[in-house]
Ligand binder design. Structure first.
Ligand SMILES: [Zn+2]
Length: 75
């Protein structure tokens, strides 16, 4: 059975988008960072990370103090 045309088209678009994102992220210096809640994997589990403002790449873990400050400013 042939793959659904629409699925095929969407998958090829997805590959193209992922490749472009990877290229942008590889060329980014991640100089502007913000602590944000990010979704990990497929589930709805979120975690707090340093995220690049420019390319949205996760660039690190916040320290306990940074986390406290972040949580304090959002409540
Ligand atoms: Zn970046």
């Amino acid at each position: 059975m042939a793959t659904n045309r629409k699925v095929e088209k969407l998958l090829s678009q997805k590959n193209k988008i992922e490749r472009e994102l990877r290229e942008i992220r590889e060329n980014c210096n991640h100089t502007q960072r913000t602590i944000k809640q990010v979704t990990l994997g497929e589930g709805c589990q979120t975690s707090t990370r340093w995220v690049c403002d420019n390319c949205t790449q996760v660039v690190g873990y916040p320290t306990k103090n940074e986390l406290k400050k972040f949580l304090g400013s959002t409540i």
